[in-house]
Design a protein around this ligand. Structure first.
Ligand SMILES: Cc1cc2nc3c(=O)[nH]c(=O)nc-3n(C[C@H](O)[C@H](O)[C@H](O)COP(=O)(O)OP(=O)(O)OC[C@H]3O[C@@H](n4cnc5c(N)ncnc54)[C@H](O)[C@@H]3O)c2cc1C
Ligand SMILES: *[C@@H]1O[C@H](CO)[C@@H](O)[C@H](O)[C@H]1NC(C)=O
Ligand SMILES: *[C@@H]1O[C@H](CO)[C@@H](O)[C@H](O)[C@H]1NC(C)=O
Ligand SMILES: *[C@@H]1O[C@H](CO)[C@@H](O)[C@H](O)[C@H]1NC(C)=O
Ligand SMILES: *[C@@H]1O[C@H](CO)[C@@H](O)[C@H](O)[C@H]1NC(C)=O
Ligand SMILES: *[C@@H]1O[C@H](CO)[C@@H](O)[C@H](O)[C@H]1NC(C)=O
Ligand SMILES: *[C@@H]1O[C@H](CO)[C@@H](O)[C@H](O)[C@H]1NC(C)=O
Length: 546
C-alpha cells in the first residue's frame, strides 16, 4: 500500500475528531460501562460518580467555580464528574477516558481564570480532587504533605496549628487550590523572602497517562521539574505535594496606607518602582490601585493607591527601615499593626484577624464575573504612563477595575530562570495584574468589560516587558494564544503563548511532555504540546483507525 500523504492523514484525523467531538450520551454510557468493568465492584466507586441526571451534579459542578463568566447555560458541561476519595480511583478514570476519546479536566480549587479545569468544547469528564485534601504537617522536619485538592487556606491553618513560627510562601486568597496553584508557580506576600510556592516543593505524587502513581524518585527529575511551574494539566493528575516550610517570626507587622491622586499617589507609585524591589527582603509592599468616588476639586472620581504591606519583624524595626527606604510614604506607628503570621494571612485576605477558622471554608465570599491579564515591568514607567491608566480608569467599564503591582527582587533575584519552569526572576522590578470585574446585571454585556481590559493591555505595551511580553500561567489569559483543538497541537502555535509564560523553559517542557505523554492525552487550550515526528503521526493514525 502506498503511504498516505500527510494531508490525507490530517484529513482522516479531522474526520475522526469531528465525529468524536459530537458529544453524546453514548460516550458517557460507554465511559460508565468501562468504569464499572475496571472497578469490578462498581459500588465502591459509584458514590463518587455524578452524571447530569444526578440531583447533586449541578451543585458539585458549581461549587468550585470561581469566575461567574463560566456559569452560563452556554458554558460546556462535563459528561461526568468524579470526586475520588482515594488515589486508586483515578487510574480507571484515565483509562476509560482514553478508551472513549474523552478529555480529562482536573480540578483542585477551580480558580483557573479561564475555567480550564471545568469547561471544554470537546467531550470531557472532570476529576474533582476536593476530597483528596489532607494536609499533614511535620513541624520538626519543617515539611508538609498536602493533598492536591487542599486549599492554601487549609495549609496555612494546619501549619499554624502546629507552630507559630513556621509558614509557607503561597498565595493570598485562602480558597485557591494547591493543585493548580503550585503547579503554576504560586506567589504571595512571602515572595521576596522565600520565592514562589513551587520553589519550595521537595516531592510530589502524580498519576501519569498510563495510570501509574509516581513520586519524585519514580517520575524522575525532568517530570518533577516540569510540574513545578509548568502547569500540572499537561502532565498528569497531581495527587499531592511535599513542601519545605519556612521560618517566620513570632510577630510580623502589617499596614495599608491609602493615597489618592490628590495625595500624590502618582508620584508615590512612580517612586516605589525604583525602590520596592531593593527593599530588605523582609519587607513586601504591594500596591492595589482602583478608582473611587471623591468630591474634591469639583470632580467625583479619583484613583486610590493602597500601599499594602507586611514586614517580617516588629514595628520598632520597621519604622526606621521605612524612614530609610521609603520616607515619602510617611509611615507612622499608628498605621501599623503587629500580629502573628497566621493573622497576617487573614489580614491580607480581608478577614477579621481574630478567627482563623474561616481559612478552612472553601467558599470564596466574593465570586464575581471577571477577566484578568498579567504584565512584567523591567524599567520604571514614567508618571505620564500612569496618567494614561487613570484616564482608562474613568471609563464606565472600569468602575470595579483594579490594577495590582507586586514587587519582585530579594529571593526572586537569586533563583535562576531555569531552576523551575516559572522564569520571571532577576531583571523584573514588579508584576502587574490587571483585573476588571462586573456584576450579574451586566452579564449580557461581558464583552464591553473584556474589551476594556484589552484596551488597557494594548495601552500598556510600551511600558512593560517585550520579546516576549511575559505572562504568568496562574493568571491564565487565553487572549495571548491557544492551541488548535485537534489531536496534534502545533509547536509553533503553542510557542506563541508558551514563550510568554515560560520563556526559554518552554522547549524543555515540550521535551518532558514528549517523553511522558507522547500521544498528547492530557491537553487543553494552553497545554504543552509533544513534538511529533512523521512516524509518530503515522503510528497515531494507525492506532486511531484500528
Ligand atoms: C480569587 C483568586 C485569588 C488568587 N490569588 C492568587 C495569588 O495570590 N497568587 C497566585 O499566584 N495566584 C493567585 N490566583 C491564581 C491561582 O493561583 C490559579 O488560578 C491557580 O491555578 C488555581 O489553582 P486551583 O487548583 O484553585 O485551580 P483549578 O482551576 O482547579 O486548576 C487550575 C489549572 O491547573 C490544573 N490542575 C488543577 N489541579 C490539578 C492537579 N491536581 N493535577 C494536574 N493539574 C491540575 C487545572 O486542570 C487547570 O488547568 C488567584 C486566583 C483567584 C481566582
Ligand atoms: C462492593 O463494594 C461495596 C462498598 O465498598 C461493599 O459494601 C460490597 O459488599 C461489595 N460487593 C461485593 C460483591 O464485593
Ligand atoms: C448522585 O450521585 C451520588 C454519588 O454517586 C450518589 O451517592 C447519589 O445517590 C446520587 N443521587 C441521585 C439522586 O441519583
Ligand atoms: C467530599 O467533599 C465534600 C465537599 O467538601 C463533602 O461534603 C464530603 O463529605 C466529602 N466526602 C468525603 C468522603 O470526605
Ligand atoms: C504633593 O507633592 C508636592 C510636590 O512634591 C508637595 O508640595 C505637596 O505637599 C504634596 N502633597 C501631599 C498631599 O503630600
Ligand atoms: C458622578 O456624579 C454623577 C452626577 O452626580 C453621577 O451620575 C455619577 O455616577 C458619579 N460618578 C461616580 C463614579 O460616582
Ligand atoms: C463559608 O463562607 C461563605 C461565604 O462567605 C459563607 O456564606 C458561609 O456561611 C461560610 N460557611 C461557614 C461554615 O462558615
Amino acid at each position: 500500500m502506498k503511504t498516505p500523504s500527510i494531508s490525507t492523514l490530517f484529513f482522516i484525523l479531522f474526520v475522526i475528531f469531528s465525529s468524536s467531538s459530537a458529544a453524546s450520551a453514548d460516550d458517557h454510557d460507554d465511559f460508565l460501562e468501562c468504569l464499572s468493568e475496571e472497578f469490578h465492584n462498581y459500588t465502591s466507586i459509584s458514590r463518587v460518580v455524578y452524571t447530569p441526571t444526578n440531583s447533586s451534579y449541578s451543585s458539585i459542578l458549581r461549587f468550585s467555580i470561581q469566575n461567574l463568566r463560566f456559569t452560563s447555560q452556554s458554558t460546556p458541561k462535563p459528561l461526568v464528574i468524579i470526586t475520588p476519595e482515594h488515589e486508586s480511583h483515578i487510574t480507571p478514570v484515565i483509562y476509560c477516558a482514553k478508551e472513549n476519546d474523552m478529555q480529562i479536566r482536573t480540578r483542585s480549587g477551580g480558580h483557573d481564570y479561564e475555567g480550564l479545569s471545568y469547561a471544554s468544547e470537546v467531550p470531557f469528564v472532570i476529576i474533582d480532587l476536593i476530597n483528596l485534601s489532607k494536609v499533614t504537617v511535620d513541624a520538626e522536619q519543617k515539611t508538609a504533605w498536602i493533598g492536591a485538592g487542599a486549599t492554601i487556606g487549609s495549609l496555612y491553618y494546619r501549619i499554624a496549628e502546629k507552630s507559630p513560627i513556621l509558614g509557607f510562601p503561597a498565595g493570598v486568597c485562602p480558597t485557591v487550590g494547591v493543585g493548580g496553584h503550585i503547579s503554576g508557580g504560586g506567589y504571595g506576600i512571602l515572595l521576596r523572602k522565600y520565592g514562589m510556592a513551587a520553589d519550595n516543593v521537595i516531592d510530589a505524587r502524580i498519576v501519569d497517562v498510563n495510570g501509574r502513581i509516581l513520586d519524585r524518585e519514580s517520575m524522575g527529575e525532568d517530570l518533577f521539574w516540569a510540574i513545578r511551574g509548568g502547569g500540572g494539566a499537561s502532565f498528569g493528575v497531581i495527587l499531592a505535594w511535599k513542601v519545605q516550610l519556612v521560618d517566620v517570626p513570632e510577630r510580623v507587622t502589617v499596614f495599608t496606607i491609602d493615597k489618592t491622586l490628590e495625595q500624590n499617589a502618582t508620584q508615590l507609585i512612580h517612586r516605589w518602582q525604583y525602590i520596592a524591589h531593593r527593599f530588605d527582603p523582609n519587607l513586601f509592599i504591594r500596591i492595589l490601585i482602583r478608582r473611587v468616588n471623591s468630591n474634591q476639586d469639583g470632580r467625583n472620581m479619583t484613583v486610590r493607591a493602597s500601599f499594602n504591606s507586611i514586614f517580617l519583624g516588629g514595628i520598632d524595626k520597621l519604622l526606621p527601615l521605612m524612614q530609610e527606604s521609603f520616607p515619602e510614604l510617611g509611615l507612622l506607628r499608628e498605621d501599623c499593626m503587629e500580629m502573628s503570621w497566621i493573622q497576617s494571612i487573614l489580614y491580607f485576605a480581608g478577614f477579621p484577624i481574630e478567627s482563623r477558622e474561616v481559612l478552612l471554608n472553601r467558599t470564596q465570599p466574593d465570586v464575581r464575573y471577571f477577566k484578568a491579564k498579567a504584565d512584567y515591568v523591567q524599567k520604571p514607567i514614567p508618571e505620564y504612563g500612569f496618567e494614561g491608566i487613570w484616564r482608562l480608569f474613568y471609563e464606565p467599564e472600569a468602575e470595579e477595575a483594579e490594577v495590582i503591582l507586586s514587587p519582585y527582587g530579594g529571593r526572586m533575584d537569586e533563583i535562576s530562570e531555569s531552576a523551575i519552569p516559572f522564569p520571571h526572576r532577576a531583571g523584573n522590578l514588579y508584576k502587574i495584574q490587571h483585573l476588571v470585574y462586573w456584576e450579574e446585571e451586566e452579564a449580557q454585556n461581558s464583552d464591553r468589560y473584556i474589551s476594556w481590559i484589552r484596551r488597557l493591555y494594548s495601552y500598556m505595551a510600551p511600558y512593560v516587558s517585550r520579546f516576549p511580553r511575559a505572562a504568568y500561567i496562574n493568571y491564565r489569559d487565553l487572549d495571548i494564544g491557544v492551541n488548535n483543538n485537534e489531536g496534534k497541537i502545533s509547536y509553533e502555535r503553542a510557542s506563541v503563548w508558551g514563550i510568554k509564560y515560560f520563556k526559554n523553559n518552554f522547549d524543555r517542557l515540550v521535551m518532558v511532555k514528549t517523553a511522558v505523554d507522547p500521544k498528547n492525552f492530557f491537553r487543553n487550550e494552553q497545554s504543552i504540546p509533544p513534538r511529533w515526528t512523521k512516524k509518530d503521526h503515522q503510528d497515531y493514525i494507525r492506532d486511531m483507525v484500528l
